[in-house]
Design a protein around this ligand. Sequence first.
Ligand SMILES: NC(=O)c1ccc[n+]([C@@H]2O[C@H](COP(=O)([O-])OP(=O)(O)OC[C@H]3O[C@@H](n4cnc5c(N)ncnc54)[C@H](OP(=O)(O)O)[C@@H]3O)[C@@H](O)[C@H]2O)c1
Length: 328
Amino acid sequence: MLVIVLIFFFLAATLALFVKFATADGDFTLLSRGHAKREEIEDKVVWITGASRGIGEVLAKQFANLGAKLIISARNEAELERVKKELVGKHAPGEVKVLPMDLASGEDSLSKVVQQAVSSFPGAGIDYMVHNAAYERPKTTALDVTEEALKATFDINVLGTISLTRLLAPFMLRRGAGHFIVMSSAAGKTPAPGQAVYSASKYAVNGYFHSLRSELCKKGIKVTVVCPGPIETSNGTGASSSEQSASSGKRVTSERCADLTIIAATHGLKEVWISNQPVLAVMYLMQYMPTIGYWLMDKIGGNRVEAAAQKGNTYGWGLLFGQKKKAA
Ligand SMILES: NC(=O)c1ccc[n+]([C@@H]2O[C@H](COP(=O)([O-])OP(=O)(O)OC[C@H]3O[C@@H](n4cnc5c(N)ncnc54)[C@H](OP(=O)(O)O)[C@@H]3O)[C@@H](O)[C@H]2O)c1
């Protein structure tokens, strides 16, 4: 009788775990943390790049809601002003600083931007630097990528982001505190057939920021690397939400992505994954069983490139079996 009861409990626990994993939209450590700690954000200075739209805009709104003092950056000043007007919170929109900048403009220009940022709130430094801006994610084969897209991807996602960090970190070190939140990608953890250059840029930032943390963590510098899978943004890819859902399966909303990002940062997590299935499962596989993970990616690589060309689903289980042609 005891054996039957034990087997029953074992099967029930396995089923519960399976359901939990199948419906998860983030890694288990992240989901176990519950809520963002408001006290870690209130009255803190948060500088967000790429805040003119997409995930960056939603992050700005959520940080403002939690009482942060904000600096928002991107190239499009008019869009930043629009975002600023829409912010609601203890310090918004009156105290929000709009700081236009181009991450590809080189260190001299970025140095001036950093000087402006650190003097934006007298008596306070930058508490959180949210590296969210990125070049668009063009879908081409690894060999077909244009030189222009290759350079732009690395100039913005890697070189500009690292330069900004090199210029800002000394100010943080002087205060003995500062936290980099890096919006990376699932494509920085797993191969992304059809997006090889974007994937390469995200692997690069992951390597840089995990190394930076190891060097500086004893001097008060924290790093949270966020790796989202497909996220629904109203304008991130130039496509509407419904178009994105049709072409890319079920995405996590940008509100949920921003929420989980802030939870991760305020709980001091070093790396988190945000995604629905099947991308989340692939990330676990690549992390803990890479031999099987690479075998799987080799199975789907060609199908994913084909799916992207046909504007089909580039994230579904169907990639394992080939892509059905999209109905005309
Ligand atoms: N959306 C997703 O499915 C997804 C999935 C995984 C990871 N991510 C990552 O999450 C982050 C945000 O994604 P998103 O979809 O919200 O992006 P998005 O809508 O394309 O927005 C990109 C932001 O970066 C800014 N930007 C672009 N080039 C810039 C430059 N040269 N200098 C300064 N700012 C620049 C843009 O503003 P301006 O054009 O005004 O400069 C915009 O505010 C990115 O790092 C992306 O790689 C997104």
